[in-house]
Design a protein around this ligand. Structure first.
Ligand SMILES: Nc1nc2c(ncn2[C@@H]2O[C@H](COP(=O)(O)OP(=O)(O)OP(=O)(O)O)[C@@H](O)[C@H]2O)c(=O)[nH]1
Ligand SMILES: [Mg+2]
Length: 236
């Protein structure tokens, strides 16, 4: 197995069949798909099972650990058999058209950041100005507080070599939701990992609702501070 595509979900039932069939049709070879669901009230995994039938390369699993986005992704990555692990959203905002290019780039790197703000990247629709402001501010804060220079550490669409993930897994916080930024911060500290960016187009959610809330914003700020403090402690 070469690629493992991990999809965290919370109430994405209606998006599963369209997403899984697009992945199957995107020209990728030697891959598995792992959907990690947080016990969604809409029974998202039933839609996964209905699509997968007898197939063994599509796995639906529940996050049995601490609830949340990052823990779900960590569980999916830990279960994965692939050499290259990819994380993408379950609402089709991460365009499957970008998946093959991102994974090709991952064959030459340890970490590939899917970026909306680099060559080839962008947005399929205009974002409302408040959302743009939140996203830009979050990126700026990551730059200033953590020294992470990547153009888009918030996109959530990324690929990481399994060996790189295993090298830093034990240092990830058990909570949190911006795992991509956390991984980036930890890998950068080691200096030996090859990190690159790949332009992606951020699309429209197909069905369902966003989970971005004030709680998520508060947790993000807490995470920045915690990462920054942990870095200080190790230096001192
Ligand atoms: N397992 C799990 N998945 C989650 C959780 N929160 C969000 N997700 C999934 O993570 C992906 C990204 O969440 P979204 O709510 O789309 O966040 P977003 O794309 O930043 O926000 P929008 O642009 O408004 O959609 C989706 O597939 C969600 O279903 C969670 O707590 N647990
Ligand atoms: Mg979304």
């Amino acid at each position: 197995m070469h690629y493992s595509i991990v999809i965290p979900t919370l109430n994405e039932r209606e998006n599963m069949a369209p997403l899984l069939s697009r992945i199957d049709q995107c020209g990728l070879k030697d891959y598995e798909i792992i959907v990690v669901d947080d016990h969604s009230p809409d029974h998202t995994l039933e839609a996964v099972a209905a699509y997968a039938g007898e197939r063994k390369d599509i796995i639906g699993m529940f996050n049995e650990g601490i609830k949340g986005l990052s823990p779900s992704i960590v569980q999916g990555f830990s279960r994965a058999n692939g050499e290259i692990l990819c994380c993408m959203d379950g609402d089709l905002q991460h365009d499957v058209k970008d998946l093959k290019g991102l994974l090709d780039a991952a064959d030459q790197a340890d970490f590939v950041i899917g970026s909306r703000y680099t060559a080839g990247g962008g947005f399929a629709e205009r974002w409302n100005p408040i959302r743009v402001l939140i996203s830009r501010t979050a990126t700026l804060m990551a730059r200033v507080i953590l020294g992470v220079q990547a153009s888009d550490p918030m996109s959530g669409f990324f690929a990481i070599r399994k060996s790189a993930f295993l090298a830093v897994r034990d240092h990830l916080s058990p909570r949190g939701f911006k795992i991509m930024l956390e991984l980036l911060f930890l890998l950068k500290k080691e200096h030996s990992f090859r990190i690159t960016e790949y332009g992606i187009t951020f699309g429209k959610r197909l069905h369902g609702k966003s989970k971005l809330s004030m709680r998520v914003i508060r947790e993000y700020l807490a995470m920045l501070i915690r990462l920054r403090m942990s870095h200080r402690k190790k230096k001192g």
